[in-house]
Design a protein. Structure first.
Length: 257
């Protein structure tokens, strides 16, 4: 991978890659994955047909650093550092918890041209004592594979048949598992109405074969956000193919969003 790096305001090295031409688009990956281990490894190439695509390893994953203590505001700064690589305000695409992170960055005032969000999870209940994060850290300190499995089954609720079809974790995948505590810091307390003040033009996308609660979250966001539109796309559990995503996002952007 032809990586470059940018330094976030707190001194953390953030590794990134650029490809394609056209308006800028920054991808925000889901939980505990890097550019090398993302479940959407070929999507950047598909999007590069229309966009200048910036992908980066979120802090603590892949080739990026991980300065502590963690706060979601540092992730906003990481995203901002990548966005600043291009003088134009970007489209920001996020998948799963990366979509919720991108939504929170927009809420915080990041200069995002538009959002394209695939199935952002919403955890309406707050977790003031970080019960889930504490449990995650306990498992991480004991057994990374167990921690990853616990997160998939108990927190995300991955169906057994989907879980059975997943490839075994690579060594890097195991290392990236340590960052599930990041998601368990910023996901609690994210009901849809929290984002009613986000005026960024937003494309919400959900698969027609995803979990009902995931589709419901997208519907709630469309109702609450003043400039959001939902598209339900042909897909599978928590996933849509590259060509459909590329075409849908390009249509959203080329029509002025």
């Amino acid at each position: 991978m032809n990586s470059q790096s940018v330094t976030s305001p707190d001194g953390t090295r953030i590794a990134w890659t650029r490809q394609g031409a056209g308006p800028p688009l920054v991808m925000v990956h889901c939980v505990a994955v890097s550019r090398a281990t993302t479940p959407q490894p070929t999507l950047p190439n598909a999007l590069a047909r229309h966009f200048t695509v910036y992908t980066y390893d979120r802090r603590g994953t892949g080739e990026s650093g991980n300065t502590g203590p963690y706060s979601v505001e540092r992730e906003f700064e990481d995203l901002g550092a990548v966005m600043a690589l291009d003088p134009r305000d970007p489209v920001v695409y996020g998948f799963s918890s990366g979509a919720t992170l991108a939504l929170q960055a927009a809420e915080a005032g990041a200069p995002i041209r538009s959002l394209a969000l695939l199935e952002p999870p919403l955890f309406a209940d707050e977790d003031p004592t970080f019960t889930l994060r504490v449990e995650a850290q306990r498992r991480i300190d004991s057994d990374l594979a167990d921690a990853h499995h616990w997160f998939d089954t108990e927190v995300v609720g991955v169906p057994e048949d989907v879980l059975a079809g997943m490839p075994p974790l690579s060594d890097e995948g195991l290392r990236n598992t340590r960052t599930i505590v990041h998601e368990l810091t910023f996901l609690p307390g994210t009901p849809a109405h929290r984002f009613a003040t986000v005026e960024t033009p937003t494309l919400l996308m959900a698969s027609d074969h995803t979990a009902q609660e995931i589709r419901q979250w997208a519907m709630e966001l469309e109702k609450e956000m003043p400039n959001a539109k939902l598209r339900v796309l042909a897909g599978e559990w928590h996933g849509v193919d590259d060509a459909t995503l590329m075409q849908t996002i390009w249509h959203h952007v080329s029509n002025g969003s």
